[in-house]
Design a protein. Structure first.
Lengths: 209, 498
């Protein structure tokens, strides 16, 4: 199945601001979808859809902050660029604490918005790539036998085959066979690569370059 | 003439008739004399006439008689004079005495006609008393009194009038009032009104107000009440003007008005200060849109120069958004300006809708919806647009504050207009907040009463003052199950304009 293209979702209750953002983003060739309220956006949004949100922090009904929290609850990873007014700095800080990608104070220079949107889209692509990578690693991990899992744990702790054989109470030869199987199943070419995969899975690894 | 006929004539006379000889001995005493003095003729005949006189006149009478008999020069005969008669019971009364010498009598005899003038004297005294009293009133009056002839000459001015004007009475009598007293720029108008008064029918008292110049050149503002004094039904002769010096009152009024304006202004500024965040947000919206549209247009022109439809749309929006921002600033300015009271005939719905952008900005900042439920075709009202907007902003702000802790779906304020069925217009501001706390209900409209931590407690007090100055009422009503409704009742303009 072909990947859906990255889309910028603009959510702002002010007609003029919303439409002007649409035109601005369209002028640099970005696919844009606009929406007048958070309530309208939320049920129609598919978390698999890549892109980013340009979100007015202050809206009647569900505010931008509340939408961000709803998306967090649903595990959506789409980056959010908040648009704020002058008096909204405390809200912007709160948004950043909840994982917002960035924020912009109104009115802003077009380049600032476009730069942030571009970076947000890159981040989203990277996040999605990493997510895909994580999925891949996880499915490989699931193909290991319990004994192979044990060997994997010990290998990534940097234990030598002899030590592992002693700890597992098997022969060194058996450990070597398990280890080769692990490398093969995990599609790892080196110990370093295997370690990085495990770190990725724990979510503490930097995105691959 | 036989003496019986003569007696009948004497007795028919209304005045007392007494005939005496040169020694003062009474020889004739008619019926009227009997009635007047209380003596019978029988009793008095042959006695000296001096017993009919008061003590004062008695001495003089003897002296007169003695002198006349000696010198033959009469001081009373043919002239008459006022005397004091004395009745039998000793009481004294005023009378007019005419005396004649009986022709050819020698030694001379005299006839006296005595007319009782008690009633006339009483009437005269009453008139005099009345005149004295009027003069005292005139002088004691704390109001200026000036009588003018139709040619504007002063014929009377009382003490208060002299006091205010700084002139002696003599200096004013006879002068042309308007030329001398009224400042040049008001002279023509004051004179025209005065002249019209004398012509007008019916001649009703007339009120006017114009300044006077005192002798020292000071200007005093006087409120005049003028009445025409008529010589007959047809002709006016003079106009009496009473004037009260209202200079101090007028300046006190002006000061009070200014103080009130200042207070309203400060309170408006305070309200707007509370709304600042919402308003700046509301201004930012069109500015942000304008910036976006302009920047998008430049990009489109450089990268896709044929995309003119998009650019055209952007330009149209830029213009519209600039107007939107300008409109917000205009509303803001009119509320910030310290303006003079200015009543105009206006549609209350327009006044409310004008407030819309600011009110919504404020509400939006607090996540509150404002619902306008405005009845079309309401009669117009005579009102001070800014002051009424100030009242509505106050009420709205109270409601918005009251909704702070309410769940999002209940954060709604309804502003409604409707006729009350008897000619007035009701404007209600309703919220579903917790309502006015019981302990505040009695003192709700008193100044410095507030339930807000940072409230001045002036909003409702000032609002009520404003509404009452418009001839209306501002009331509170609790909602069921909760919340507050404030009702502004304003009288609709009567007449064809409405």
């Amino acid at each position: 199945m072909r990947e859906p293209s990255a889309t910028v979702f603009v959510i702002d209750d002010d007609d003029a601001v919303r439409n002007s953002l649409r035109l601005l983003l369209k002028s640099v060739g970005l696919p844009v979808q606009i929406c007048a309220s958070a309530q309208q956006f939320l049920p129609s949004y598919d978390p698999r859809q890549p892109g980013c949100l340009v979100l007015d922090i202050r809206m009647p009904g569900m505010s931008g902050l509340e939408l961000q929290q709803q998306l967090n609850v649903r595990g959506a990873i789409i980056p959010v660029v908040f648009i704020t007014g002058h008096g909204d700095i405390p809200m912007a800080v709160e948004a950043m604490q909840h994982g917002a990608f960035d924020f912009l104070q109104k009115p802003f220079r077009d380049q600032d918005l476009i730069d942030r949107v571009q970076r947000a889209l890159e981040r989203d692509a990277a996040n999605r790539a990493q997510l895909k990578e994580t999925e891949r690693i996880r499915s490989r991990l699931e193909s290991l036998t319990p004994r192979e899992r044990e060997v994997l744990e010990l290998v990534t702790l940097g234990k030598a085959n002899k030590v592992m054989a002693h700890e597992l109470g098997v022969s060194q030869r058996t450990v070597e066979i398990h280890r080769a199987r692990v490398m093969e199943k995990m599609a790892a070419h080196s110990l370093a690569q295997l370690v990085r995969m495990m770190l990725t899975l724990r979510g503490s690894a930097p995105a691959p370059p | 003439m036989p003496s019986s006929e003569l007696q009948a004539v004497l007795d028919a006379a209304v005045d007392a008739i007494i005939l005496i000889d040169h020694g003062g001995c009474v020889q004739v005493f008619n019926r009227a004399a009997e009635r007047l003095f209380g003596y019978t003729a029988q009793h008095i005949l042959g006695r000296n006439v001096s017993m009919l006189m008061s003590e004062r006149d008695r001495d003089q009478h003897d002296a007169y008689m003695e002198r006349y008999l000696r010198t033959n020069v009469a001081h009373i005969i043919g002239i008459g004079r006022e005397i004091q008669g004395r009745r039998k019971d000793g009481s004294v009364f005023p009378a007019f005495l005419s005396v004649g010498r009986i022709a050819g009598s020698d030694p001379p005899r005299f006839v006296g006609f005595i007319h009782d003038i008690t009633l006339r004297m009483q009437a005269l005294a009453a008139v005099q008393r009345e005149r004295d009293r009027a003069n005292r009133y005139l002088e004691a009056a704390q109001t200026m009194l000036v009588a003018l002839e139709l040619n504007h000459r002063v014929t009377l001015v009382n003490r208060k009038g002299c006091e205010v004007l700084g002139y002696e009475e003599e200096a004013l009598l006879g002068v042309d009032w308007f030329e001398t007293i009224v400042p040049a720029e008001q002279r023509a108008t004051a004179m025209r009104e005065f002249d019209a008064l004398a012509q007008r029918e019916p001649r009703l008292p007339y009120h006017c107000e114009y300044a006077v110049l005192t002798r020292s050149g000071m200007r005093r503002q006087i409120a005049w009440r003028c009445v025409v004094i008529e010589a007959s039904k047809e002709t006016a002769t003079r106009v009496l003007c009473s004037g009260d010096d209202v200079t101090d009152a007028r300046s006190a009024e002006a000061e009070a008005r200014e103080a009130r304006e200042r207070m309203l202004h400060v309170s408006r500024l305070a309200t707007l200060g509370e709304m600042a965040s919402g308003i700046s947000h509301e201004l930012n919206q069109p500015l942000a849109a304008i910036a976006n549209y302009a920047q998008a247009s430049r990009r489109l022109l450089s990268t896709a120069p044929t995309a003119l439809t998009d650019v055209d749309e952007a330009l149209e929006q830029i213009a519209a958004q600039a107007l939107r921002a300008g409109e917000i600033i205009r509303r803001l300015r009119s509320l910030v300006r310290n303006h003079a009271t200015d009543r105009e005939l206006a549609s209350i719905n327009d006044v409310i809708e004008e407030l819309g952008s600011l009110a919504r900005a404020d509400a939006r900042a607090s996540d509150v919806r404002i619902v306008l439920d405005l009845r079309p075709d309401l009669p117009r009202l005579r009102l001070d647009r800014i002051q009424i907007q100030q009242v509505l902003l106050n009420l709205l702000r109270n409601s918005i504050d009251a909704l702070e802790a309410s769940p999002p779906e209940r954060k709604e304020v309804v502003i409604r207009t409707e006729p009350d069925g008897i000619g007035d217009i009701l404007i209600t501001v309703t919220d579903t907040g917790p309502g006015v706390p019981d302990e505040l209900l009695q003192r709700l409209f008193m100044p410095f009463v507030t339930s807000k931590i940072d409230g001045t407690g002036l909003g409702l007090a000032i609002s009520r003052t404003i509404v009452e100055a418009h001839g209306g009422r501002l009331d509170h009503k609790a909602n069921t199950p909760s919340g507050a409704t404030f009702i502004v009742k304003l009288p609709a303009e009567q007449g064809p304009e409405a």
